[in-house]
Design a protein around this ligand. Structure first.
Ligand code: BTN
Length: 335
């Protein structure tokens, strides 16, 4: 299985090149510290290059890693390196092309895979969205990843994971890139009322216990308008469109994980659910807005007032408060 393991030589070689005091690291330093031959070092360098990392061989001198923070390669070694201090997310499983990263992790989840695994891909052939919709997943431009969690939550509380994921993405996009990102209940991150990120959690469990949750996140990152499909071009945006700049995907990924780990730690701590909900209430752009709620064939219009302890939305419809759990809402203008 193509896991990048933090204890393996590839990871160690990468760390040595990334953390070296001088840009070029001699072959003898590498062979000595890794305890392997020159030939083995060369093979490791080739493997890292295959992951898309730029490592130059300088004749008679050694190896030099080009700035990895600017690399857009979805290299599992680079991602593991960027997440090296993360307490929850540590192992990255990279698959070049896959039907859906959700499927990958759901299969691993039933084989007792541990919490914290990330599955990431360049291209999904059957990317899944909420409510059985497709998630447009063209190659090479965006982030498509899923995470495996084994939360101590009741099945009805799994929506809290979506709220945490949305908060993490919103914060990363606004704090690191200046994107005016907003949270639309339940799981969308918008910029200028257009969708920049979608989140989907799928779970298995018993009535009182969750065995696992697989939370999938798709962020439109470097997607230009001309590459957007007809279905999404009117309603989607990307980090590129919002900032005018290309964003290195591994860096954005790590910035999301830093925040998501912190939020999940809050969630599992004392009074965690209430703390997370308080942060969500502060950040959810839907609250206070006039919304249209679409539930099966029915449509309701009202003011979104609050979220319940399980993350469902409370809408005031002509004086009557109605709770909706798994529906779509549209923001409307207050007239
Ligand atoms: C939505 O409808 O807004 C949710 C979209 C979730 C998309 C992500 S991309 C990574 C993961 N794999 C999938 O097939 N879906 C999720």
């Amino acid at each position: 299985m193509p896991f990048s393991d933090k204890s393996n030589s590839r990871f160690n070689l990468f760390s040595m090149l990334a953390e070296a005091d001088s840009p070029i690291v001699s072959s003898s330093t590498l062979t000595e510290k890794l305890g392997v031959s020159r030939q083995a070092v060369f093979k490791l360098v080739l493997a890292l290059r295959e992951e898309g990392l730029e490592i130059e061989s300088i004749p008679q001198k050694g190896y030099m890693l080009k700035s990895f923070r600017e690399s857009d390669a979805l290299s599992p070694t680079l991602i593991d390196y960027l997440l090296r201090e993360d307490k929850i997310f540590s192992k990255c499983l990279y698959i070049h092309q896959v039907d859906s990263t959700q499927q990958v992790l759901k299969k691993l989840a039933v084989q007792d895979a541990p919490e914290g695994i990330i599955a990431i891909t360049e291209h999904q052939t059957r990317g899944r969205g909420r409510q059985g919709r497709d998630w447009a997943s063209p190659p090479g431009r965006n982030l498509y990843f899923s995470i495996l969690l084994r939360p101590k939550l009741a099945p009805g509380e799994v929506q809290l994971l979506n709220l945490a994921a949305g908060l993490a993405v919103r914060a990363a996009l606004s704090e690191e890139y200046g994107v005016r990102a907003e949270l639309k209940w339940p799981n969308d991150v918008l910029a200028g009322e257009k969708k920049i990120c979608g989140i989907l959690s799928e779970t298995a469990g018993e009535p009182d216990r969750v065995y696992y949750a697989v939370t999938g996140i798709g962020v439109n990152t470097n997607l230009p308008r001309e590459d957007m499909s007809a279905e999404i071009v009117g309603t989607a945006t990307s980090v590129l469109l919002e900032t005018g700049k290309l964003t290195p995907r591994p860096l954005l990924l790590s910035q999301i994980f830093t925040r998501l780990s912190a939020l999940l730690e809050v969630l599992t701590g004392d009074n965690g659910k209430q703390k997370l909900l308080a942060t969500y209430r502060e950040n959810c752009a839907t609250l206070g807005k006039k919304v249209r709620v679409i539930e099966d064939a029915n449509e309701f219009i009202g003011i979104a007032e609050d979220v319940t302890d399980q993350g469902a939305i409370i809408v005031n419809i002509g004086g009557e408060k109605k709770i909706f759990a798994a529906v779509d809402v549209q923001h409307l203008r207050l007239i």
